[in-house]
Design a binder for this molecule. Sequence first.
Ligand code: PLP
Length: 370
Amino acid sequence: MHNLLDSITDVLLMGPGPSAVHPEVYKALARPTLGHLDSEFIAIMDQTKEHMRWLMNTKNALTFPISGTGSAGMETCFVNLVEPGDSVLVLVNGVFGKRMVEVASRLGAQVDTVDAMWGMPIDIVDVRAALKKKAYKIVALVHAETSTGVLNPVQEIAAEVGRTEALFLLDSVTGLGGIPVKVDEWRVDAFYSGTQKCLSVPPGLAPASLSARAHEVLNARKKPVPNWYLDVSLLTSYWEGAKRAYHHTAPINMIYGLYQGLLLLRAEGQEAAFARHREAHLQFVEGIEEMGLSMLVPKESRLPMLNAVVVPEGVDEAAVRARLRQEYHIEIGAGLGPLAGAIWRVGLMGYTARPENVTRVLNALRGCLS
Ligand code: PLP
């Protein structure tokens, strides 16, 4: 019988994610599947948690991957901490901040927002003003806004949130592994990421972490967590303790993949991985500017791993993307929402973030635009 998988070609993934998977991770995914309560597998789970703590810079006991993509991480953080009527402040400057508003609202939260123009960072003055006006249970921020390529000023925002009683919820789906993430130093109470960006692993898991304070809030809930699958108080029976109990069948091979991706980062070192992303970004921007193109985001707020390039006047952006995919076997991303048609999003994440890939995409873009 014809197998569609036989005709998959090797596409260089340079969009907003997924990014290129490291060959060692592919090997890890193909290892024999163990039972989800097998002692050998539990040792891998425990090491995976330890490596996650290392990369997140946290001592949080509650640090483990959620079964599901980055959005499952987002749902987990909100569903465990929000009760109907709770006041939540979401800082919005792109698609993923908007998604947080949607998720928190569906749980019955009273959601306020601080908004910034897409392509610009959240303004700390606005955050300060909002926190002065009202007390919030949760303040939520997207560290690396994948829809625009903006790095939000997480350290300054963390300091403002730290002056209040609010829990600090941080999305670093795109940041983790490519820029510093300091869960303990920034006093982040609920954190999540995704495997398919700077960890060089396919999509499928959401590395997450909850602080002791978030755990207390969870334990003090008036009503049970309304979602059984993502209830952290149930998930801990599988992820923690000397004796493990079944909750759901863990995606065993995906956990091998995450474990391997984290091992690779440990071998490389955090600083070296961040430098690799930064250098790829600088090489890319130099090439883009040499071509007479410009970047959307001001220099000081640019993410290294997500590069938003302004589409030049008169160019059919979708046609360029289609040609890149068909002729050059490279995938890049389009703009979303108000930026649809206005930008290309070029990802330099994880195993994609290497000089030869930057050269390849720049040459291909030159070919398409000449
Ligand atoms: N948050 C951010 C910043 C993202 O970039 C993404 C995905 O691109 C998500 C959340 C959602 O993750 P997923 O698509 O893996 O569910």
